[in-house]
Design a protein around this ligand. Sequence first.
Ligand code: PMV
Length: 314
Amino acid sequence: KESKIGKAHGKIILMGEHAVVYGEPSIALPFPAVEMLATVRENEGPLRIDCSYYHGIADEMPEILQSLKKAIKVALDSLDKPYENLSISIESAIPPERGMGSSAAVAVAVTRAIYQYYQTELSHEKLLELVSIAERIAHGNPSGLDAITTSGSSPVYYRKGHDFVPFDLQMDAYLVVGDTGVTGQTKEAVQSIADRIQQEDQPISLNKIHTLGSLADHARTFLEKNDAVSLGKTMDHAHQLLVELGVSNKELDTLVKAAKKAGALGAKLTGGGRGGCMIALVANEADTFALQKTLREAGAVATWVTSLKKEESR
Ligand code: PMV
């Protein structure tokens, strides 16, 4: 049988991370600058998984490998195929556990590759359903946002339980992404907010979550109006609320402060937090170079740039 490749890419949550878990709106963008490839080949005997992507972190976080195995099993079960006679290799440029959706992306890529290998059509709806089963292992309580954006090509406005709404970007501005190099802890961060809400007798955290949702709605309006200055302010406000909810950390705050000091219109963590990546908004392409340098000097281990106009990110 011919080998087959399945693809997915990274994602960036512009607004609404964590709040989306509680039914609030969110905005996320596909991030094609970083890709994930899964190759499925014929193999005699038990299933073989080759995954340079997990080297170094699989020992520390065995649940990551478990979620990949779960994604493979879910896809094979849905096709009534045995968990054997395959060799699956994963190559990824998505930094793992950094809020770029790597766990959803690996499930998307592997599910696509398996369906292609068995020459079975896979609707987007079915793909999302299968990935969400695997994602429950990685996240505990996934909103579904990661699966949608790592598999799709449009930015989306998304509320859990509603159809996602794809839209076009038309803002004259750029996002600079900075990676703290610290492994994010999405599952723990999601759980810590749940604990906080449970322990409070006043709805303080729930109000913050609701405000984060409103900010996502405002952000969508500002994106449509090409108002980068206001979008920047909503990003700053969102970061402040995420700090207050306890899901930022020292490294993220350092990069966010450095970006603001360097003149970014707004800056915030992106994704689960407690590590992982932050994003900063600038109006001119020329400013993206200086900002990347600033972020690296402030401790970022990697930086990327993506345009908020409908064009390729890099
Ligand atoms: O850290 P990431 O890329 O997995 O993003 C998590 C986003 C959350 O809103 C915190 C959780 C979710 O399921 O949407």
